[in-house]
Write a protein that binds this ligand. Structure first.
Ligand SMILES: [Zn+2]
Length: 142
């Protein structure tokens, strides 16, 4: 089993023997500065940020339904319930093949998958700074 990121200081105390429920926080794509270029369309896309890794792990593929239903994720003894449906390839618990990531992100090219990997590399620890146990939606600062 892969060890659970002791290098990530937010969860330095979490081990592969721990069982815990983590929040999923949804942020609108236009909250990200990199999405500034696509501001108009970015308002229609939400990203799910995982409370364990603080990486972006998915988009709202099913629209509002995802925002309402995916408010947390469960990790038990090093197994994540989202492991096979996650774009954060930096997470040690991720077991999602590239082919699935492509489908999740509607990607058709090889360059596209590299772009997603780079994009999902960054952590959004600040999203969980206040109310770190709460899931749900978060609107961009206006
Ligand atoms: Zn963090």
């Amino acid at each position: 089993m892969k060890t659970i990121e002791p290098s990530h200081r937010c969860h330095a105390t979490f081990s592969d023997k721990t069982t815990q429920d983590f929040p999923m926080r949804w942020i609108r794509a236009d909250s990200l500065s990199a999405a500034g270029l696509y501001r108009r369309s970015a308002k229609k896309v939400w990203f799910g940020v995982c409370g364990f890794t603080h990486h972006i792990v998915r988009t709202d593929e099913n629209g509002a339904l995802d925002l309402m239903l995916s408010t947390d994720l469960f990790i038990s003894k090093g197994q994540c319930e989202m492991a096979k449906h996650c774009i954060a390839q930096a997470c040690p618990l991720n077991r999602t093949p590239d082919s699935k990531v492509k489908k999740m992100m509607h990607i058709r090219t090889r360059d596209g998958i590299e772009a997603v990997k780079t994009f999902a590399q960054r952590r959004y620890c600040e999203v969980f700074k206040k109310h770190h146990r709460d899931g749900g939606m978060m609107l961009p600062k206006s």
